[in-house]
Design a binder for this molecule. Structure first.
Ligand SMILES: [Zn+2]
Length: 370
C-alpha cells in the first residue's frame, strides 16, 4: 500500500497539555507518527512517499478564512505581544451563554480581538490545542498528506494511507480544537466530491466523535458522515455526538452517530462497525474516507474501550469488503508502544494481507538469532 508522510509534523513539537487545569505530558506528540512510520517501513509491504503541495484553496473550500489566518499568524502574534509561553493555549472562550438575552444583531457584531489569547479563544473549542512555532507548517503539511492520499485513490489505487499529524476531525469550519487545526478528512472528502461529482462517505472510527466533520457537512447531502465513538455523555467533545444528530436541510439523514459505552470490546465494536458499513453500502458512491483512530485500543491513556490489535486487522478487512476505494487518514491514538502494530494490522487487513506479527526488533533479521 502507498503511504503518504511528511516530516513537517515534527515541527509541531508539543510537550505538555492541560486536563481539567492540570499540566500533564502531552498525548498528541511527534513520536506517534514516527512509531507508525517506522513500523510500516519495517513491514516491507508499504511504500512511503512525500505529499505534493496543494495550496490553500482546498482548505478554504471547507474552513473560514479567519481560521486559516489565525493558525498562520497566532505564533508570531503571540511573540510580538511578548507572551512568554512555550505554547499558546486559550483560556477564555465565547461560550454562547455569555450573550444570553442580547439581540442577534448585537451578537453578530461581536468580533475577534487583536490580542493573541483572545484570538485563540475566538477560534478555539478547548484548552487541548497547544499551538507552537511549527504548528502552521505541520497543519498545512497534514492537509497536503490527506489531499495527496486522495489523489492516489482518484488516480486508481484501491486504498492509500495518509499519516496525518496533527489530526483533524475536531476542527469545524470556523474552529480548531481537540489537537486539531484543519480538518484533513473533511478537506479530502470535499476535494473528492468536487473531483468526481459523486457522493462520498466518511467513516470515522476514532474513539472520539468527529464534531468538526459533522459540523462541516451538517447541511450537505453529498458527504455521508458515519461515526463510531465514545458516548459524549461521558467523553470529549461532550456536547455533540448523540444518535439523534442526523443532519438538516440537504444533509438530513446524512449523519449517523453510533455512541458506544465504556468497556466496548472487539465484539461490540465490530457489531457497531457492521451497522455503519451497512449504512454506507446503502448509499451511492465509490470512495470512502476513513478517519482512523487507535484511541479505541485497550491500553489507550485517554480512552475507555478494550480493543485488541487483532481486531484492527478484522476492521480493516471488513471496511475493504465494502468494495469501495479507501482514502485512509490518521486521526488519534495515544498508547504509543502499540500504535505501529495497530496501524499495520488495520492496513494489512484492508489490503487483504494476513495479520502475521512483525518480528521483534533484531530477531531473525540477519539470520543469526535462534
Ligand atoms: Zn480521538
Amino acid at each position: 500500500m502507498r503511504v503518504v508522510y511528511s516530516p513537517a509534523h515534527l515541527a509541531h513539537d508539543i510537550v505538555t497539555e492541560t486536563v481539567m487545569g492540570a499540566v500533564i505530558p502531552a498525548n498528541e506528540v511527534a513520536e506517534r507518527a514516527e512509531r507508525i512510520r517506522a513500523t510500516l517501513e519495517a513491514d516491507g509491504g508499504f511504500t512511503i512517499e512525500a505529499p505534493t503541495e496543494h495550496g490553500t484553496d482546498p482548505i478554504l473550500a471547507v474552513h473560514d478564512p479567519g481560521l486559516l489566518r489565525f493558525v498562520e499568524e497566532a505564533w508570531p502574534a503571540a511573540r510580538a505581544q511578548a507572551i512568554g509561553r512555550p505554547n499558546l493555549i486559550a483560556d477564555t472562550f465565547p461560550n454562547f451563554r455569555m450573550f444570553e438575552g442580547m439581540s442577534p444583531d448585537v451578537v453578530a457584531g461581536i468580533e475577534e480581538t487583536q490580542f493573541a489569547a483572545g484570538r485563540a479563544g475566538w477560534w478555539g473549542l478547548d484548552t487541548a490545542n497547544p499551538l507552537v512555532a511549527g504548528t502552521y507548517g505541520a497543519a498545512r503539511a497534514a492537509v497536503d498528506v490527506a489531499l495527496t492520499t486522495a489523489d492516489l485513490v482518484l488516480g486508481g489505487e484501491r486504498a492509500a494511507y495518509g499519516l496525518c499529524r496533527p489530526p483533524g476531525h475536531h476542527a469545524a469550519r470556523s474552529m480548531a480544537g481537540g489537537y486539531c487545526f484543519f480538518n484533513n478528512a473533511a478537506i479530502a472528502a470535499d476535494a473528492v466530491t468536487r473531483a468526481t461529482g459523486q457522493r462520498v462517505a466518511i467513516l470515522d472510527v476514532d474513539y472520539h466523535h468527529g464534531n468538526g466533520t459533522q459540523q462541516i457537512f451538517w447541511r450537505r447531502g453529498d458527504v455521508f458522515y458515519v461515526s463510531l465513538h465514545a458516548d459524549p455523555e461521558r467523553q470529549y467533545p461532550f456536547f455533540l455526538g448523540r444518535a439523534n444528530e442526523t443532519g438538516e436541510g440537504e444533509g438530513a439523514g446524512a449523519n449517523l452517530n453510533i455512541p458506544l459505552p465504556a468497556g466496548t470490546d472487539d465484539e461490540t465494536f465490530l457489531a457497531a462497525l457492521d451497522r455503519g458499513l451497512e449504512a454506507i453500502a446503502a448509499t451511492p458512491g465509490d470512495v470512502v474516507v476513513v478517519s482512523l483512530g487507535f484511541d479505541t485500543y485497550g491500553h489507550d491513556p485517554i480512552g475507555d474501550f478494550a480493543l485488541t490489535t487483532a481486531v484492527y486487522h478484522e476492521c480493516g478487512r471488513r471496511v475493504a469488503a465494502l468494495g469501495r476505494r479507501l482514502v485512509i487518514l490518521q486521526e488519534g491514538g495515544y498508547y504509543r508502544p502499540a500504535l505501529g502494530a495497530n496501524a499495520r494490522a488495520w492496513l494489512r487487513g484492508a489490503e487483504g494481507r494476513d495479520d502475521e506479527p512483525l518480528p521483534a526488533p533484531g530477531f531473525g533479521a540477519a539470520g543469526s538469532d535462534r
